[in-house]
Design a protein around this ligand. Structure first.
Ligand code: SF4
Length: 392
């Protein structure tokens, strides 16, 4: 899709995992054909930004050649399958979510399911140390000791067995109407740091690039670390998380230190984890405010009891998060000092700007003072929209 900093190309690695050599190739593609910015999305895809129009076909060929996409554009649209990110490594995961996810991906190409929505999405969740509860999809396939349950977004549920679950899930998705999806809930809080597998001296290590954005050198470092201290794979999880599996408990500190030096967040208490921000101005020419820089400045100013996540958007388009959040700051212009001016909505989305906003034209410092002063009010004002009030 076209974005304010050039073409944005989304890559959906099958089963959300990329082998270290492929991750290095992706980093090279971002450098060669884009502006170097690589993002992990809230739904565990990758995005390369600032791609020149003349480079699009070369990049697409490179991505297909790396095994990260098929040749079928219609299938690629619908191939939105999230699987337990640590499947195959976390022994506490139930059943074989990877086999089920592969079965789903294969069946999506079957003409019998060509009528599925272009926005079709599915989750295959085997639990474990990083379950996918709280992440929304049209169809959720939950693997538990008692059996497999398939649940559609409209609440329809049915039991299945592993051999039939993929076909039954797609048949259910065909039967129900999902075009009017309600806005997605804010993502659950992401994990960071070492995640030990129960009863084992090994686990996975979760890192986050600040606001999901990294440079090619960061991705290359992560690939190197996965080979040196893990099993050689990078796994992606909802909430903009990258995971290295197969990490020995004794290596966790070394991995944390190296990832932190490379610029990753490795601490689940990091203040920026409760904030969502798009790239914003000036990188995005459509942006009214420098949302990412402002979110970075806002994070350490906030008290612990301010409700999160807080969505800081560079303009009303709301690319980083569609739908409501406990607090939404929507960029509407620039202050004299170069920082942004924001309209604030409690329990709203970027659509609540102007007279619909709860507070108008706040600098980031003013927003921090207001949120710290009124955490209880922020939590209580979930619905409906409060009348607009002047700048405090
Ligand atoms: S929401 Fe952010 S990324 Fe999207 S157009 Fe506005 S400034 Fe650009």
């Amino acid at each position: 899709m076209r974005a304010g900093d050039g073409w944005l190309v989304r890559v959906k690695p099958p089963e959300q995992r990329v082998a270290a050599p492929i991750a290095r190739r992706l980093a090279g593609m971002a450098t060669l054909w884009g502006n170097g910015a690589i993002e992990i999305t809230t739904r565990a895809s990758l995005q390369l930004r600032g791609i020149a129009e003349t480079a699009l076909s070369d990049l697409a060929a490179g991505i297909r050649d790396a095994g990260l996409a098929t040749n079928d554009p219609a299938l690629e649209q619908r191939r939105n399958i999230l699987v337990s990110p640590l499947a195959g490594d976390d022994p506490s995961i139930v059943g074989d979510p990877l086999a089920l996810a592969r079965g789903l991906a294969t069946l999506l190409a079957d003409p019998a399911f060509a009528g599925l929505s272009q926005k079709f999405s599915a989750i295959v969740d085997g639990g474990g140390v990083l379950p996918l509860a709280g992440v929304r999809a049209d169809i959720r396939i939950a693997l538990a000791a008692e059996g497999i349950t398939i649940t559609a977004l409209d609440g329809t549920a049915l039991a299945s067995d592993a051999a039939d679950a993929a076909r039954a899930a797609l048949a259910l998705a065909l039967r129900i109407t999902l075009e009017n999806r309600p806005p997605a809930p804010p993502p659950p809080p992401p994990s960071a740091g070492f995640l030990p597998y129960p009863g084992h001296r090994r686990g996975a290590f979760a890192v986050l690039p600040p606001f999901g954005a990294m440079l090619p050198a960061m991705l290359t470092t992560l690939a190197d670390l996965s080979e040196r201290l893990g099993d050689g794979w990078l796994r992606l999880a909802p909430g903009r998380v990258a995971l290295i599996g197969g990490v020995d408990e004794a290596s966790a500190d070394a991995l944390a230190a190296a990832a932190k030096t490379a610029g990753f967040i490795v601490d689940r208490e990091d203040p920026s984890l409760g904030l969502i921000a798009c790239i914003g101005a000036p990188e995005c020419v459509g942006g009214d405010s420098p949302s990412r820089a402002d979110a970075m400045a806002l994070a350490p100013l906030l008290a612990d009891d301010v409700p999160r996540p807080i969505h800081v958007s560079g303009c009303a388009k709301g690319c980083a998060h569609v739908g409501p959040a406990p607090v939404t700051l929507t960029g509407v212009g620039r202050a004299k000092d170069g920082g942004g001016l924001y309209d604030l909505a409690f329990a709203g989305s970027t659509e609540r700007v102007g007279l619909q906003a709860d507070y108008r034209l706040l600098s980031i410092a003013e927003a921090a003072v207001l949120l710290n002063r009124r955490p209880l009010e922020s939590a209580a004002l979930r619905t409906p929209a409060a009348p607009a009030r002047p700048v405090p």
